[in-house]
Design a binder for this molecule. Structure first.
Ligand SMILES: *Cc1c(COP(=O)(O)O)cnc(C)c1O
Length: 698
């Protein structure tokens, strides 16, 4: 391309670069991501590694000049080819005869470092769900909220206390676009009490899947309504309910305005519960169904995933609040406020009982699921009252065990080994594919070298935060929300013994902690303060501030051991352990959540716990003792047992076993395929059947 040609093609080239940046496929395919630094190496760091900011800074002219460099042109070719490959992959074959379109509703989505619309595991899971749906070519659209300030960032004060800061997010720096219709930007409205709030629609492109985001921060709205989408998880119910109304009611209206017609609706946790009512409203007003008919058709098409293992984890709304904010809307649907409240009550008819969103989700969905086998058992016990008279083991809550999006979470260094020894398409293989045996052929030296590089990266980051960690010492990672039940401080139960582990001159152990406490969780904040204090006094302990997707990636890819010691039955899934195992870290974990299914002798360790589902109260001291014993007798000695070439042979065998047990079985690809075959397809067929019944209009 000569110079004058380049200029002529400038606008078209710039449009193509923008399209590549706006398609989040680059977040999990480095062949595409590598384009941006190649385009403008000197500007990449300044952009905060944000392709949208980079391109805005370059402008069409700058981009045209940049692409004249051969490295940049080459990188563009590679990115183009990779993106085309993703888009042209054949879609998964679905069993049903009914065309499927799934709408997936979630209060948070964790997709990329530069799109901070999540707080933790629930959001990362939702992001991984969209990415896997894109890989599979499953027809699915996500619906969520666009927050001005997100969940806030963590700051550790000099006294060790956590504070939160809420910087405004500049939407023009995000990989999103306003949704436009024939007459300009599309808007919908949502009832809030006697008022209506106007809602702007945005869209993010996650490969072949679209994520629709709702935003009330419009000048046309009064200040209190503008603020509905300011922060994720506001604690006060009178601010939280409008957010959930927006997600459920305006979310469906947004899809309608965009001409998207889902036949299956998936509620990721109960926040979207009003979606069920909005769906009934459509059926009653537009299809002339009775309320009871509408309820049946709605339920048939609904899938609900519950995530919390404690009743208090579900949102609850008082009758007066519901009446004030939802009364006018419900009367339009013809639904009496008390009848509606009953959908969310343990004891329908008890006019004083608040509405619990989980009950609404369970009662309005024909498919209700927990996020691991054990969590489903806990959920059947917790919510059995929604099915009075039914024995607990027949309560219709089953499970689709969570999975993680492997292309996002597996480090490129490990991915290259898998490509070589398993196959270029390792991300797509089913669990029983014989090619997984190739993992056993990865040479010790290569696997150890790949892991050591990743570990060095983690250690360097910890060093930059002031902790003089050793790149060769056994490194334990502990990264998760600081909620008391997760017991980040379990190792503090015996300070002397901890001290001995850390200070062993021959076989030292070091720990990297990271995690946020919920702003309103004082107990969690106290635990965090203890860990920060430990990190400040103990050179072999580091605390990394502001746990997020980027910090999580660093930790799950660079740790030798992934420690998870919650009180048993309280960790519904624990996806960080899957991410770690996929990268070859060895889990040392209570048999809770996914590990109750995932644990295999020789592929990690189980911390013994005496807790049972009938007697769940743990003995913290005994479990701390068991953890120390495991670390001292097995983990440390296995790690430091070196063969003649200085490699930990037995450890490397365990790393390969962990990868093999996790990569296919706990992938988001398996999870989404399972949701499709067990829930989405049967739901679509059932809705179709019901609507064909002659009496029900159509
Ligand atoms: C994976 C992940 C989580 C969830 O981890 P748990 O094991 O459920 O605690 C939370 N936050 C971030 C940033 C993650 O990447």
């Amino acid at each position: 391309m000569g110079n004058s040609d380049a200029r002529q093609f400038g606008p078209r080239l710039f449009a193509e670069l923008k399209e590549i940046a706006l398609d989040l496929t680059w977040t999990w395919d480095h062949r595409i991501a590598d384009l941006f630094p190649a385009l403008a190496p000197a500007r990449w760091d300044d952009s905060g590694h944000n392709p949208i900011v980079l391109l805005a800074g370059l402008g069409a002219e700058g981009a045209t000049l940049a692409i004249e460099r051969p490295e940049a042109r080459q990188a563009l070719e590679v990115a183009r080819t990779a993106l085309r490959q993703h888009r042209e992959q054949p879609p998964m074959q679905l069993a049903g005869r009914t065309p499927l379109m799934v709408a997936y509703f979630s209060m948070e989505f964790g997709l990329a470092d530069i799109l901070p619309l999540y707080s933790g595991g629930l959001g990362i899971l939702a992001g991984d769900h969209l990415k896997a749906a894109s890989d599979l070519g499953l027809p699915l659209v996500g619906v969520g909220l666009l927050y001005r300030q997100g969940f806030g960032r963590q700051r550790i004060e000099t006294d060790g206390n956590q504070s939160e800061i809420y910087p405004e997010i500049a939407f023009e720096a995000l990989p999103i676009e306003r949704v436009r219709g024939a007459h300009g930007p599309l808007e919908v409205t949502c009832p809030i009490g006697e008022r209506e709030v106007r809602v702007a629609l945005w869209s993010a492109r996650v490969g072949r899947v679209r994520l629709v985001l709702l935003d009330t921060d419009l000048e046309a709205n009064p200040p209190d309504l503008r603020a509905i989408t300011s922060r994720l998880y506001v604690p006060e119910p009178h601010r939280r309910l409008p957010q959930e109304m927006l997600l459920g009611i305006a979310g469906l209206r947004a899809l309608r305005a965009m001409g998207i017609a889902p036949n299956v609706f998936h509620m990721n946790e109960g926040h979207g519960f009003l979606l069920a009512i909005e769906r009934m409203r459509e059926l009653v007003l537009e299809r002339q169904m009775s309320l009871e008919e509408a309820r049946l058709v709605t339920r048939a098409g609904f899938v609900f995933t519950t995530h919390t293992p404690i009743a208090a984890g579900s949102d609850r709304f008082d009758p007066a609040l519901v009446r004030g904010l939802l009364g006018p809307y419900l009367s339009e649907v013809g639904l009496d406020v008390d009848r509606f409240m009953d959908l969310g009550r343990r004891n329908p008819g008890d006019a004083t009982e608040p509405l619990t969103t989980t009950y609404v989700g369970l009662r309005m969905s024909d498919h209700s699921l927990g996020v691991s086998r054990l969590h489903a058992a806990v959920s059947r016990r917790l919510w059995k009252d929604a099915w009075p008279g039914l024995p607990e083991d027949q309560v219709p809550i089953s499970h689709v065990t969570n999975g993680v999006h492997m292309p996002t979470w597996v480090a490129p260094q490990i991915g290259r080994l898998l490509s070589r020894y398993v196959g270029e398409d390792w991300c797509d293989l089913e669990e029983d594919d014989p090619r997984w045996a190739g993992i056993d052929a990865i040479p010790d030296a290569d696997l150890w070298e790949a892991h050591r590089r990743l570990k060095r990266h983690l250690i360097e980051t910890a060093r930059a935060s002031g902790a003089p960690l050793d790149p060769e010492a056994l490194t334990i990672g502990f990264g998760r929300r600081f909620a008391a039940y997760k017991r980040a401080n379990l190792l503090l139960h015996d300070r002397d013994r901890l001290q001995q582990l850390l200070a062993d001159p021959q076989r030292p152990v070091q720990i990297v902690f990271s995690g946020k406490a919920h702003p309103a969780d004082q107990e969690g904040k106290a635990v965090l303060r203890d860990i920060v204090a430990l990190a400040r006094t103990e050179p072999r302990v580091a605390f990394l501030e502001d746990y997020d997707l980027g910090v999580a990636r660093l930790m799950v890819q660079g740790s030798d051991v992934w420690l998870n010691n919650p009180r048993r039955f309280l960790e519904a899934s624990g996806t960080s352990g899957m991410k770690a195992a996929a990268n070859g870290a060895l889990n040392v974990s209570i048999l809770d959540g996914w590990w109750d299914e995932g644990y295999r002798p020789g592929a990690g360790w189980a911390i013994p716990s005496g807790a049972t589902i009938d007697r769940p109260e743990p003995d913290d001291d005994a479990e701390a003792e068991a953890l120390f014993r495991l670390l001292e007798r097995e983990v440390v000695s296995t790690f430091y047992a070196r063969d003649s070439s200085g490699l930990p042979g037995r450890w490397l065998t365990m790393m390969r076993a962990a990868m093999r047990a996790t990569l296919a079985r706990f992938s988001a690809r398996r999870m989404v395929a399972e949701y499709a075959s067990r829930c989405y397809v049967p739901a679509a067929e059932r809705v179709e059947q019901l609507q064909l019944l002659p009496d029900w209009g159509g």
